[in-house]
Design a protein around this ligand. Structure first.
Ligand SMILES: Cc1cc2nc3c(=O)[nH]c(=O)nc-3n(C[C@H](O)[C@H](O)[C@H](O)COP(=O)(O)OP(=O)(O)OC[C@H]3O[C@@H](n4cnc5c(N)ncnc54)[C@H](O)[C@@H]3O)c2cc1C
Length: 415
């Protein structure tokens, strides 16, 4: 009896993981990867260190999924972050847990993660073929193969793991979304998530290159008056606006990007409450009482920020510090605790860490990752309408859904 054959379209995090789990159940697996090397995106994750997962509880995992979390209940049951950790340790990649429970290889090398997946694929006899899949073959609502530049090839089942639309130079160009549409499946609108933000103004450009650690960023929805995000961390001013981990996280909470809808506020001194900060200002002002105001803030702020902040305050930079009024000091205090930045949009999707939107989850059975209306067709990873915050959660989505897809495809064929 010949083994059931499975085609996996896309050799990224989800594709290689699905391949391993299908092959472990005895399926004959072929991974089609359009690049010369598999998992190009995985190689650049976590700044080249690969934050493979988050060492967290079930509740924390689901709290970090930005929508549609319920869909992942069964996948998490089958393959949780604990399983991801055990999986990579078994594959010979020792892991360590860092701040925020982020899990990285001890070696700090994302390539070790990729190499381990490829090595295990080889050990199991998975074929990795470097070819671009042009389309799926679907006959009478059954997936029966893939279309390649060289012609059609038949398989017993097909798993689509082509990723989203971000960082297209890694190979993720949304091909799977087109395949799903061609197959008649609904695809929800795709927008960037975990993406830098474009300022509606010139403040950020005036301090471009400045990186701030330990600030609090708050995003206010001016339409509802509600705070949609507030957290501590690191951020970066750029020529177009704001970037850095804190800003990427905030972006996942912003939806309608009509100019002026969101106002970001940066607390430059989150460790000091207003009273303590005022005392600190009074002490600095006493120290520099005979200096110009422009020269009185260097103990408190990075040099690059001083002139633009003073310009925002409206206080004359040449005014002597001992002439600064109480109201002026209060104005400065307000800016230090809530520096406003108006946002008018996201940077383009190709600069996003993940794509929000994708193959509609209503089309997919959560316990198998199989398409409800097309037999023998499965989806896993970022091609699905699933995304999460930073911290290793997006790769965990890829791994959990891939294990389920790989095993379901192999089991369905064996039964
Ligand atoms: C800069 C950056 C850093 C990140 N860091 C982290 C991190 O540290 N932790 C974390 O959890 N998440 C991180 N992410 C997100 C994470 O990388 C993705 O969510 C994850 O890679 C998705 O896996 P995937 O297998 O679904 O898709 P991808 O990794 O995008 O893989 C899809 C693969 O399919 C191939 N492909 C596409 N179309 C075809 C076709 N027609 N034929 C053949 N092959 C095709 C592509 O070439 C690609 O190799 C990061 C993302 C970026 C951009």
């Amino acid at each position: 009896m010949s083994m059931p054959s499975i085609a996996i379209v896309g050799g990224g995090a989800a594709g290689l993981t699905a391949a391993i789990h299908a092959a472990r159940l005895g399926a004959t697996v072929t991974v089609f990867e359009k690049n010369d090397h598999p998992a190009r995106k995985l190689r650049i994750t976590g700044k080249g260190r690969c934050n493979v997962t988050n060492h967290c509880t079930r509740d924390v995992f689901f709290a970090n999924i930005t929508g549609n979390a319920r869909f992942l209940y069964a996948a998490w049951e089958r393959f949780s972050s604990e399983d991801t950790e055990a999986f990579f340790e078994e594959l010979g990649v020792p892991l360590k847990v860092e701040r925020g429970n982020r899990v990285f290889p001890v070696s700090d090398k994302a390539t070790d993660v990729v190499d381990a997946l490829v090595r295990e694929c080889r050990r199991l006899g998975v074929r990795i073929r470097h070819a671009t899949v042009k389309g799926l073959i679907i006959e009478s609502a059954v997936a029966t193969g893939v279309m390649l530049p060289t012609g059609e090839e038949r398989f017993d089942a097909v798993i689509v793991t082509t990723g989203g639309l971000s960082y297209p130079r890694t190979g993720s160009t949304g091909d799977g979304l087109a395949f799903a549409r061609e197959a008649g499946l609904a695809v929800t609108p795709t927008v960037p998530s975990l993406v830098p933000l474009v300022e509606d103004g010139r403040f950020c450009a005036s301090v471009q290159g400045l990186s701030l650690r330990n600030v609090r960023l708050t995003a206010l929805d001016t339409k509802t008056g509600k705070t949609v995000f507030s957290d501590f961390g690191e951020m970066l001013f750029t020529h177009y606006g704001l970037s850095g981990p804190l800003v990427l996280s905030a972006s996942a909470h912003l939806a309608d990007m009509t100019a002026g809808r969101y106002e970001l506020r940066i607390d430059l001194k989150p460790a000091l409450d207003e009273k303590t900060l005022d005392t600190r200002l009074l002490s600095d002002f006493a120290k520099y009482q005979n200096k110009d105001f422009a020269n009185a803030l260097s103990d408190l702020l990075p040099q690059k920020l001083i002139a633009p902040l003073i310009a925002l305050s409206g206080i004359d930079p040449r005014k002597k510090v001992n002439a600064i009024t109480r109201e002026e000091r209060q104005m400065l205090l307000a800016l230090l605790k809530a520096l406003p930045v108006r946002i008018r949009g996201f940077r383009p999707i190709d600069e996003a860490i993940v794509t929000k939107g994708g193959v509609a989850l209503s089309e997919i059975t959560p316990s198998t990752m199989g398409a409800k209306r097309i037999k023998s067709l499965y989806f896993a990873g970022e091609v699905l309408d699933l995304d999460a915050y930073t911290g290793g959660f997006n790769l965990q989505i890829a791994f959990s859904t891939a294990v389920v897809a790989g095993e379901s495809a192999a089991c369905a064929l064996n039964s």
